[in-house]
Design a binder for this molecule. Sequence first.
Ligand SMILES: Cc1cc2nc3c(=O)[nH]c(=O)nc-3n(C[C@H](O)[C@H](O)[C@H](O)COP(=O)(O)OP(=O)(O)OC[C@H]3O[C@@H](n4cnc5c(N)ncnc54)[C@H](O)[C@@H]3O)c2cc1C
Ligand code: FES
Length: 282
Amino acid sequence: MPSSPEAVQAESGPMVPAPFALASKRQETHDTWTLELRPLAGAFAFAPGQFMMLSASGAGEVPISISGDPSQTAALLHTVRAVGLATRAICQAAPGEVLGARGPYGRPWPLTELDGADVLVVAGGIGLAPLRAAILALLARRQRLGRIALLYGGRAPDQLLYTEELQRWAEEGLEVMITVDSAGPEWLGHVGVVPRLLSQAEFDPSQALALVCGPEVMMRFALASLERLGVRRDRVYLSMERNMQCGVGHCGHCQLGPTLVCRDGPVYAWSELDPWLRIREL
Ligand SMILES: Cc1cc2nc3c(=O)[nH]c(=O)nc-3n(C[C@H](O)[C@H](O)[C@H](O)COP(=O)(O)OP(=O)(O)OC[C@H]3O[C@@H](n4cnc5c(N)ncnc54)[C@H](O)[C@@H]3O)c2cc1C
Ligand code: FES
């Protein structure tokens, strides 16, 4: 169970989580919450695409991407889908309770390489969470970019994340295209898989750079579509998920080919991963 601020002991060391108070939580869908965590001491810096190891005591520790605005350093935002013991305990914590967090870890999205580029942000399901921080950073410097488009797919309309923000981002210059796998007659938008949206998006393939995150099967189809449309493999970046334990390159649990996702990823260029992505369930 999460502890109270008073119960937290001051400990230190690279594997010791720091205490973060749960300042607020917002329910996104039936099983997903966005949590605002404030460090009990100091401020916090991270780069979009990085993750934290979050823990609720007694329930385990899990990697969760940072979904907040990188220019806001007073708090961390995480969007967590409750799928098992640890994520359920984290999502059930109440405001005021304390969770553990260590990090930030991992290689971020290559946002410094984007000047002048058309940027395609391709997300499926909870995969929009690690891309939210990137979208906020891109919107902050949109004058230096070409077109910025979000192509986002969910299972059903009531499983889409950040629905109010999607509208705001569109007003700020993001081209937002949404699709769902299935919907009732009240849904007037696209129905179908995310990669299909790519053929409808307007961009210059020679100038485009894509950031992709979602279920692996969706990413495989998205990569094939991007290649068909002429986007180079070294300009397609994806964020990979693997089971993790240490998060810092020591235990080997997150191995992907010759790489460790916690240390060398989670963001990779497709050209780096291609041989390993061909092997399903590697
Ligand atoms: C770098 C990285 C970033 C991540 N970022 C996020 C994030 O921002 N938000 C988020 O919600 N999750 C994220 N995840 C996934 C998250 O770490 C897992 O959902 C979590 O480890 C599950 O732990 P658990 O103890 O709750 O469930 P477990 O008890 O480990 O698993 C319970 C059940 O859920 C299944 N399961 C496990 N993971 C997933 C999953 N991702 N999707 C569907 N089913 C799953 C398992 O196969 C099992 O059947 C990220 C993972 C990585 C590696
Ligand atoms: S999680 Fe231990 S090496 Fe990556």
